[in-house]
Design a protein around this ligand. Structure first.
Ligand SMILES: Cc1cc2nc3c(=O)[nH]c(=O)nc-3n(C[C@H](O)[C@H](O)[C@H](O)COP(=O)(O)O)c2cc1C
Length: 243
């Protein structure tokens, strides 16, 4: 095989418009809970976003994910019941005013979205010793998270909303989905076309929490180093955030 077929051009591979499209998907992606339309998602669109997920990076090329599509009303209802139980427990963990706000938040779209998808992590895939996972066994979990993010961004480009629901008792969720012991649920996602996307994270718009300043999250060489970042980088960060 000639080298040519194994390599893709590195520089100037994306046109300016294509590069802008990648950032557009990143910056306009939202967690969607409430604006789902009942319209079915065509198979070719679903296939594309699943393929995007399947092309995520993974430790040792382990590809530890599986994709469980939850489409029947009964199956969704079972999962929704689990959410309701866990959400009541969650509300009790917040005190005072935060609890009042919490109970008013909509934190899932399980029944209103046409597709629910659980991305899992098979902790045994490709055997006990995996390149890159030799010293931190959690790397497989992070790989499945990468699959979720790939799907989320591809879905945004397809005009699909995605909402991540994590308020479950993990064992209950595993049981409901009949996951074997060695398989962990990573991302329970609600997917469908939406009436609109919010411009900002709903938790930000609702006053729950603000986006942190990026420049305060970057440090040089070691954690907690208060040495100032180079002025050029600071300026560029400010510009990138305003563009
Ligand atoms: C791991 C993970 C778990 C999440 N779990 C929930 C959840 O249970 N319910 C919910 O409404 N949003 C959930 N979210 C969405 C976040 O609240 C959301 O990403 C964040 O507020 C920023 O908003 P944005 O995604 O619209 O930018 C989750 C997101 C991640 C990455």
């Amino acid at each position: 095989m000639e080298n040519q077929s194994l390599e893709i051009q590195a520089d100037n591979f994306f046109t300016e418009d294509e590069r802008a499209a990648v950032y557009k998907s990143i910056f306009t992606r939202r967690d969607v809970r409430g604006q789902f339309k009942p319209d079915p998602v065509p198979d070719d669109v679903l296939a594309r976003v699943l393929t995007a997920a399947h092309h995520a990076p993974s430790v040792g090329f382990m590809q530890p994910w599986n994709f469980l599509l939850i489409q029947s009303k009964e199956a969704k209802q079972k999962i929704h019941d689990l959410f309701v139980k866990a959400n009541a427990e969650a509300a009790a963990m917040f005190g005072g005013e935060k609890r009042d706000i919490y109970t008013k938040l909509k934190l899932e779209g399980i029944l209103s979205s046409p597709i629910n998808l659980c991305i899992t992590c098979d902790r045994t895939r490709s055997g006990p010793v995996v390149i890159g996972r030799t010293h931190d066994l959690d790397m497989d979990l992070y790989s499945s998270v990468c699959a979720a993010q790939n799907l989320w961004l591809a879905a945004r480009a397809e005009g699909l909303g995605v909402g991540w629901v994590s308020i479950f008792n993990k064992q209950d969720l595993k049981q409901a989905l009949k996951l074997p012991e060695h398989v962990t649920p990573i991302a329970y996602l609600c997917i469908g076309y939406v009436d609109y996307f919010f411009a900002k994270p709903e938790l930000e718009a609702g006053g729950w929490r603000e986006r942190l300043n990026l420049d305060e999250l970057i440090s040089l060489d070691y954690w907690g180093n208060d040495e100032a970042l180079p002025a050029g980088l600071l300026e560029a960060i400010a510009q990138a955030q305003n563009s």
